[in-house]
Design a protein around this ligand. Sequence first.
Ligand code: LLP
Length: 432
Amino acid sequence: SGTSKSNEQGQLEIGGCNAIVLAAQYGTPLYVYDEKSIREKIHSYIHAFKKHDVKFDIAYASKALCNIAICQVIKEEGLSLDVVSAGELYTALKAGIPASRIHFHGNNKSPEELEMALQAKVGSYIVDNFYELDLLNTLAEKYHQTVSILFRVSPGVKAHTHQYMQTGQQDSKFGFDIISGQALEAVELLNSRSNLRFLGFHCHLGSQIFEKEGYLIALQRFFDLIEESKQQFDIETRVINLGGGFGIRYTEEDHPLGTEEFIDSIVEAVKIECNERKLDSLPEIWIEPGRSIVGEAGTTLYTIGSEKEIPDIKKYVAVDGGMTDNLRPALYQGKYNAFIANRVEDDPVEVVSIAGRCCESGDMLIHDIKLPKVKAGEILAVTSTGAYGYSMANNYNRIPRPAMVFVKDGKSKLVLKRETLDQLIQNDLELC
Ligand code: LLP
């Protein structure tokens, strides 16, 4: 993935750094991010939009990876940022992301979180439901602000992806339902909610999507809504936000659509809809990619430890991490590829299954992967772990979270310290 390749000794290199050296220097498990690959991905989105004569905004969905370092990259590249909690908002502000570039998401933002966002003056709120619509209007009034909002709607589109990652179907906890008329009801309320400035509609179909069709259907539903909002309530739509979800390559089985192809087809479809419906101006097109910005740029390094061979059945090889640093295999049957980092070029000779270290049979990182014969102490590199790995990491079995480095041009920078045992008990209080 990214710019990783092997050197003359057959050792894995990421961003010009030797993975074996990184593992020795920082310990394992270790999250390694190829910074150049992140920036290239960002540039490919910007480039894809700039080809067209449209106004656009790209908000990085920080849930995929949120810490100071990635927020600094996002800031430098001038993207917007999507946050869904006080924690993500706090991190973004601390990293110096201008509040005006922050979009606040979530299906149950608390009053405290909304007040924090109002104090910071975040750029826009993606309003998810009727409760939030009134809560935000009331709080905005208290802060003497008129805030920019989008309505999240569920367009009734079932994306082709894992059930837990589908969000655009009618039966979803997110957003105003279009089919039953909730979305239009929300639009009607706008005329009496004077502290809300309506920008437009938002939807997010799901995640790890390989096809453009779902987006195109969602667009048609958007444009129906745009016309109805104008005709029935004289409400103008300036922005349509299609969320994120653009898929990446975890293994050779994955064939995601290229960034440019996705963006081209979305922009073309918007132009066609506007034309056919004789709308005077094109709305701005906003997107919120998360996984596709950071996913392929991340590699996790593990040290190989114990093994167990069940004759004629299976060989388990255990590593020093697992579902605590990457929950995706256990939660979504997420599939990954891996290399022995010190012998990338060696021929694969045996099929093994990579086990995590947690007391949980479901803690398997990879089922049945063909690798060279592995030995304890060697470094296993699992690729494309950059999205939703650290962000969903946990302390099950009281395992500390790994460290993280960003690598670029042969240099590595520690951006997240390894959690210590003392940190694990720092909030514990004695009973007696
Ligand atoms: N916008 C909204 C409103 C979202 O809910 C999400 C992801 C995104 C954008 C970014 O989607 P992306 O481009 O990353 O696919 N934990 C799961 C993925 C959950 C995604 C949740 N929402 C996983 O590990 O696959």
